[in-house]
Write a protein that binds this ligand. Structure first.
Ligand code: MG
Length: 158
């Protein structure tokens, strides 16, 4: 068994939606990012890499690389899953937390859970998605951006 954690932050910018866990969520702003700026999938990618001892998302998917301009962050998760498979590892479970005042997670929680389960090739029961605010404190409290944290457990394929 191997455990990994990941954190990601993106500032809000112009736009009308944000990507959260591979799901398009309507919002009054977008996020500033080289890729699609999906904080949940970026934190998840880092957690997967961390659990496998493979560094971080920036080493594998440089934010200056034109290949990743506007990229669907699901591509990062899929690519890392391939690296894990090659090392005889699979996902046991994943627990993700969105830190934001808004958008609210409730209406899209199950869609995100299903999408992440699909990407990780596990059942939805192996994925948990939750959210918290920061009680109006700091940059998250002022709704200047979004943050996410992910923890994953990897299992050796028997
Ligand atoms: Mg990011």
């Amino acid at each position: 068994m191997r455990i990994g954690s990941g954190v990601d932050v993106h500032a809000f910018g112009p736009g009308d939606h944000v990507m959260l866990g591979g799901v398009r969520v309507a919002h009054t702003q977008g996020v500033l990012a080289h890729s699609d700026g999906d904080v949940l999938l970026h934190a998840l990618t880092d957690a997967l890499l961390g659990a496998a001892g493979l560094g971080d998302i920036g080493q594998h998917f440089r934010d200056t690389d034109p290949r990743w301009k506007g990229a669907d962050s699901a591509e990062f998760v899929r690519a890392v899953l391939g690296m894990l498979r090659a090392r005889g590892l699979r996902v046991g479970n994943a627990d993700l937390t969105l830190l934001a005042e808004r958008p609210k997670l409730g209406p899209v929680r199950e869609a995100i859970r299903a999408r992440i389960a699909e990407l990780l090739e596990v059942s939805p029961e192996a994925v948990n998605v939750k959210a918290t605010t920061t009680e109006k404190l700091g940059f998250l409290g002022r709704a200047e951006g979004l943050a996410a944290q992910a923890v994953v457990l990897l299992l050796e394929v028997s």
